[in-house]
Design a protein around this ligand. Sequence first.
Ligand code: SF4
Ligand code: SF4
Length: 286
Amino acid sequence: MKSLSVLYRGALTSCNYSCSYCPFAKRIETVEEREADKQTLTRFTEWALAQQDLALSLFFTPWGEALVRTHYQKALVALSHAPHVKKVVFQTNLSSRLDFLHEANTEKIALWVTYHPGEVEREAFLQQCERLIAMKVRFSVGIVGKPSHFAEIAQMRKDLPQEIYLWINAYRGKSRLYPYTEEQTAYLSHIDPLFSINAKDYPSRGKSCLTGEDVISVDEHGTMFRCHFVSRPLGNIYQDNYRDQLKPRTCPRSSCYCHIGYVHMPERELYPQFEGGILERIPIRF
Ligand code: SF4
Ligand code: SF4
C-alpha cells in the first residue's frame, strides 16, 4: 500500500495567544469564517477517510491554534479510528481541554506542542504535558530560541520529563536567522542536541525532496501543493486524478529552513534520525 503524508492547513487564522512575532496573535475569526473552516475541514476529513488504499499520515499545521475548536477535535478523533490512517499529528500550543482525547485512538495520535513563555504559566503547561503522558499520547515540546527565552528554556528542560524531547527552533526575524554567538549555540545545543540542525538555511534549489511525491500539503479548497513553501499548485485532491501528480521533483526554492520541509530532503539524512517521529519531530535519540 502506498504511503502518503498530508499536511493540512485550512481556513483558520486565529489564536488565543498573543506571541509578539506572530500575525495570528489574538486574532478572532468571524462566525462566518469559523463555519467555512468547519465545512472545509469536514470535506477534508471525509476525503481522508475515503482514501482506504493509502496508508495515510495526517499532519495538521494550522495558521494559529486549531485544537481549541471542537470541529478539529472531532476530526482528529474520527481519523484516529480509521484503519488506513497510520497517524494523526497536530501542531498546538496545548491550551485546549484534553478530555476529547479519551475518545480517540491515542496510539495513532502525536502532538507537536509549542511552549510560549509569557502566554501560559509553566506549571499549567507542565500539567497539560502530564495529562498527555497519562493518556499515552506521544508528543514533542518546542520553544523558539529567542535570547530572552534562554532561562525559561533551561527551566523547561529541567522540569519536563526526560523522555519528552524538547526542541528549540532557531529564532528568525523576517526569515533571517538570528546571529547566535558560538557560546549561545553551545548553550542551546546542550539543551537540544539537534538545535544546530535547525539553525541553518539549507540550499535546496535543484535538489531532491520527497515532497510532491510522498508528502503533500493541502489547503481548505483541497488545492494540493508539494509543501507549505512552494506556492505552485500541483492539482486538487478532490479530483479523481490527483495521484497522477505524485511524482519526484526537485526543489524550486533557493533554500529550506523549517523542520517540516528540510526533513524530507534525502541529502539531509534525517529520516533515520527521526524514524517513527518525522512529522511530530521526535528523534530516536536526544
Ligand atoms: S501560539 Fe502560535 S499561533 Fe498562537 S500567537 Fe503564538 S506563535 Fe502564533
Ligand atoms: S526542500 Fe523545502 S522548500 Fe524545497 S520542496 Fe522540499 S520542503 Fe519545499
